[in-house]
Ligand binder design. Structure first.
Ligand code: DX5
Ligand code: ZN
Length: 219
């Protein structure tokens, strides 16, 4: 089996103790930091912006996986590159010229990701999959942590896996929303490579132990 990754979402961290929570992830078996940027327009919620990302980047010692839930993401590609993002994911639904956006992200030396809302079919990626490093399948409607997992996600993973195989690419499949130790194994078996988990990790009694539990489940 390919390598699989766990990406704790800092949206569920304690913002008054952010450095403590970042150090916890640094010390843990988790692989990436997942950072959710929400603008209150593309999604109904506003999360955090550049000064906070800058503060996170100062302490985080792992890959910064930035998920932009914003309109007109092209305006901020260079900004996030300068802040230290390693992966930059834009929403398919927010991009009029997706192919161009992906090239701009890569030209800024980041991995290019595309996120799909629950209502968006995998088929829309047929002509761009070879240019995408990571597809983020939203398994909840974007905007909030702590929502319940949408079961149709499994079918979408299978469809995406088929497309990736047919087009002979090495695109990673990331699942974002409602991930717990109950669905983690099934998601990996269906073909996922990266699991984002917010509430399940940060709202647990012992986040370090929860990350180990998730890692063990998918090993
Ligand atoms: C939702 C965000 C997710 C969120 C996941 O819009 O993109 O990354 O933080 O949170 P949980 O794991 O709590 O569903
Ligand atoms: Zn996210």
């Amino acid at each position: 089996m390919n390598r699989t990754f766990i990406a704790p979402s800092l949206l569920a961290a304690d913002f008054a103790n952010l450095q403590r929570d970042i150090e916890m992830v640094n010390q843990s078996e988790a692989d990436w930091f997942h950072l959710d940027i929400m603008d209150g327009v593309y999604v109904p919620n506003i999360s955090f912006g550049m000064p906070v990302v800058q503060a996170i980047a100062k302490h985080a010692k792992k890959i910064l996986d930035v998920h932009l839930m914003i309109v007109e993401p092209d305006r901020y590609i260079q900004t996030f590159a300068d802040l230290g993002a390693n992966n930059l994911t834009v929403h398919y639904e927010a991009c009029t010229h997706l192919h161009k956006t992906l090239q701009t992200i890569k030209d800024a030396n980041m991995k290019a990701g595309v996120a799909l809302n629950p209502h968006t079919s995998i088929d829309v990626l047929e002509d761009t999959i070879n240019d995408i490093d990571l597809v983020c399948i939203m398994s909840v409607n974007p905007g909030f942590g702590g929502q319940s997992f949408i079961e149709n996600t499994y079918d979408k993973i299978s469809a995406l896996k088929k497309l990736i195989t047919a087009k002979k690419t090495s695109t990673l499949i990331e699942i974002d929303g409602g991930v717990t130790s109950k669905n983690a194994k099934l998601l990996i078996e269906a073909g996922a490579d990266v699991l984002v988990a917010g509430s399940f990790i940060f709202k647990s009694q012992d986040p370090l132990k929860t990350i180990i539990e998730l890692k063990d489940t998918i090993a």
